[in-house]
Each structure stands twice: as C-alpha cells, then as structure tokens.
Design a protein around this ligand. Structure first.
Ligand code: ATR
Length: 273
C-alpha cells in the first residue's frame, strides 16, 4: 500500500482534541488511506509549524483555538463561507496552494437538521452571542432557509454590526436581550458563557412550544443554558454533534467522500459517560 496521505489538527492546546479519533473513524469507515496527527504550535509559531507540515507533504489541516483568525489571514484562497465567517477551521492543500474553508456553521446546520431532526426552513431562530462562533454560523443558518435569524448579544453593538453585515443574505435582525419578543423555534447559544457556568440573560419565554435549545459547547454534563431551557420545556442538544459534523465537512473537502457521522457521534457520546 502507498504511504498514507497526511492530515493534522493544529492548535494550542491540542492534546485533548477529539479530531484525531473522529478522522481515524471516518478513514476506517470509508477505506481512505490517511494518517491524522496532532500538531501543537507555540502561540507565536502557527505559520512556521503549519508551513513545515505542508512542506513535508501534508494535505490538509484542521485549525483550532487560537489560530482560526491567523489561518484566515494566510490562506492563498478562501471559500465563500470562510470569507463570511472571517475565520478558517480547515485548510486544504491543492496544487501547493493553501485553501481556507470554514465548516463550523455547516456542521451546526447539519447537526440541527440531521442530529436533532429539526428542519430549519421557515423557522424563527434566535442566536445568543456575536463573537467568532456566532459569526461563523450566520451565513449557513440564513442559507438553510430560516424565516428569521435574530441575534442578541451582551454588547448590543456587536449584534447590530453582525446583522448589518449579513442583511443582504436574508432576514437577519439584532435585538437587545430585554427586548426579545418570545417564541423562537430554535435558540442557539453561541456565547462562551457556558465555559464559565453562566447563563446568557434570556427570559424563559424565548422558547416557543417544542423549541430546540442548542448549545455549541459540549461536555459530560448539560450546560447551564441547557438545564434552563429544559426546565422551560425546550428540547436540548449540546455541541458534540456539531464537532463531528464540522469534521465530516472537512473530510468531504479533503477526500470528496462524505462519512457517516451517526456511529462516530454515538461512540464519542458513549466515551463521555
Ligand atoms: P467565540 O469565538 O467563542 O465566539 P468570542 O469571540 O470571544 O468567542 O465571543 C464570546 C461571545 O460570548 C460574545 O458574544 C460575548 O459577549 P460580548 O460580545 O458582550 O463580550 C459572549 N459572552 C461571554 N460570556 C458571556 C456571559 N457571561 N453572558 C453573556 N454573553 C457572554
């Protein structure tokens, strides 16, 4: 057999990344001959480590915290969704050129639709947060046919800026937390509040009957936001499925084969228990 094509996840830290496990499972399942490793780059060493890997024949990289903006800056070409996101989480080396993509938002949309089983077409969606994670999700959510996408953020001006930037792409609105008129079908927590065990300042009536409350964070325990949403009747889902789906989108970019995410998600979830 030929030597495997090489891929890696690059970040700082990177030791706990689940990406090697996910991509090894995808490769096994689809019969793709590839190797996937971890690259720890010093905080000021992203470009050096990344270019070194490419010089050794590396075919693609997953980019994680804190290098997604730097990766956006150095790519030779950007996909439309990477340009819209302002960040890159997947690099693909094509004929020696570095193509930057962003699969996070597409991963979120796929997990909501296929993982949670909620079709976004015609839905009223509320997104909490206006940082990098929120920005990456906006275009894919609008392209999924949402009836409206409302952005609420602690710093209101950032929500307004985000909404204004995407006004040409769909029905996107910015609202203050206290001015939210209830009844959203899908409420997405794209803030980093869950990392500090904090709840964004949402009222319980933001959840329409049967709403899905989605937290981009994941872990062993439900987040504060998920517990709050469940107490007020919403279905909840954490971001583990988004993690698997964004990886699947990167795998598709690199190998032109879409892996089956369901067994990989189930294995990761079981490993979390
Ligand atoms: P990320 O890349 O994870 O999006 P970020 O760009 O630093 O990280 O953005 C963090 C987001 O979480 C912001 O929307 C932030 O709100 P501000 O713009 O007002 O800072 C939001 N956030 C963080 N902690 C929060 C909290 N405790 N309550 C509400 N929003 C919070």
């Amino acid at each position: 057999m030929n030597a495997p094509d090489r891929y890696a996840v690059i970040g700082h830290p990177v030791a706990h990344s689940k990406s090697p496990q996910i991509h090894a499972a995808f490769a096994g399942q689809t019969g793709q001959n590839l190797a996937y490793e971890r690259l720890l780059a010093p905080l000021d060493g992203f470009v050096t480590v990344m270019r070194g890997f490419v010089a050794q024949g590396g075919k693609g990289l997953s980019v994680t915290v804190p290098f997604k903006l730097e990766a956006h800056g150095l790519a030779d070409m950007l996909t439309a969704r990477a340009r819209a996101a302002g960040a890159v989480n997947a690099l693909h080396i094509v004929d020696g050129r570095i193509v930057g993509d962003n699969t996070d938002g597409a991963g979120l949309v796929r997990d909501i639709e296929h993982g949670a089983g909620v079709a976004l077409e015609g839905k009223k969606v509320l997104m909490l947060g206006a940082g990098g994670a929120a920005r990456g999700a906006v275009l894919p959510l609008l392209q999924a046919g949402t009836a409206s996408l409302t952005i609420a953020n602690r710093t209101a001006a950032k929500a307004a800026g985000l909404a204004a930037g995407f006004a040409a792409h769909g029905n996107i609105l910015a609202r203050d937390f206290h001015a939210l008129q209830g009844g959203f079908d899908v409420v997405i927590n794209a803030t980093s509040a869950s990392m500090d065990d904090q709840l964004p300042p949402v009222r319980p009536d933001v959840f329409a009957s049967g709403a899905l409350a989605y937290d981009m964070m994941y872990g062993r325990e439900p987040t504060v936001f998920m517990r709050f949403a469940a107490e007020h009747g919403a279905d909840t889902r954490d971001g583990l499925g988004m993690l698997v789906e964004q990886a699947a989108e990167a795998f598709l970019l690199w190998r032109a084969v879409r892996p089956d995410t369901a067994p990989v998600y189930a294995a990761l979830r079981a490993g979390d228990q």
